[in-house]
Design a protein around this ligand. Structure first.
Ligand code: PEP
Length: 262
């Protein structure tokens, strides 16, 4: 999956189902509802990232042209004796075109920037577009969280080729805002400022063309109630949505909010 300038004109909404739901039947119900909402969209694309076990049955379903399948993670090696792990090639062969990489919940299980870098590289080598998650644990008034974000970008991406870096997808997800209610999400103006900082960091680290081609999504308690305001004021290219992506009425409202001409 390579960079396509047309894609940047459309918002992107990623549904991260995490370890939900428990049955394939329930998963198909939610997927059908998402598919129906997505059919009405003119300016937004959707990536559904179910647990690995649902990728294959989902790949056999009908997809509108703006709905894609993604994985929530891939392993940092291509093959070998790695009990319990799933490779980028495996998910690609099941029809996924994207993968979330470096989600904070995986980093909390021990994934370092170095491990994340390997995963990003392998995803690119496999023609799977990585959606790299970055974000601080907490904010502080001295701005140390900004250095933390810049360091994540540097350590997760240094050494990658320019060809891969151009058009990369970044999910900015402040950890303190994940899994709460819209009332505790980041404010649109703070999101806007942080997005500018991420672009500036990319410019300094990897050059202006890379910074200009970035697709930056916001994640962290996006719900029906705050999605429109973030789209309007947040300077983003879409969302990464956790809990609200499992509730069809919520997710449908988020998709509608993202469906604007850019
Ligand atoms: C996430 O885990 O990536 C996420 C954004 O979750 P939530 O929407 O539940 O905050």
């Amino acid at each position: 999956m390579s960079y396509d300038i047309e894609m940047k004109k459309r918002n992107l909404v990623v549904a991260n189902w995490k370890m939900n739901p428990e049955s394939l039947e329930e998963a198909k119900k939610i997927f059908n509802a998402i598919r129906n909402s997505a059919k009405g969209l003119k300016n937004a694309d959707v990536i559904v990232c179910p647990p690995f076990t649902y990728l294959q049955p989902f790949s056999k379903l009908d997809f509108p042209k703006n709905v894609f399948l993604g994985a929530q993670n891939v392993f940092g090696e291509t093959k070998g004796a790695f009990t319990g792990e799933i490779s980028a090639g495996m998910v690609k062969n099941l029809g996924a075109n994207f993968s979330i990489v470096g989600h904070s919940e995986r980093r909390a299980m021990g994934e370092t920037n170095e491990i994340v870098r390997k995963k990003v590289q392998i995803a690119f080598n496999t023609n799977l577009m990585p959606i790299l998650c970055i974000g601080e644990k907490e904010r502080d008034k001295d701005g140390n969280h900004l250095e933390f974000i810049k360091n994540q970008i540097k350590e997760c991406l240094t050494g990658l080729s320019k060809k891969d870096l151009v058009g990369i997808h970044i999910a900015y997800e402040p950890i303190w805002a994940i899994g709460k209610s819209y009332k505790e999400a980041m404010s649109p103006t703070d999101i806007h400022e942080t997005v500018l900082f991420i672009k500036k960091s990319f410019g300094e680290l990897f050059g202006r063309d890379t910074a200009d081609s970035l697709r930056i999504l916001y994640g962290g308690s996006v719900e029906a109630e705050n999605a429109s305001e973030i789209v309007r004021l947040g300077n983003i290219d879409g969302f990464l949505v956790g809990h609200a992506s499992l509730v069809p009425s919520q997710f449908s409202a988020i998709l509608k909010a993202a469906d604007i001409k850019k």
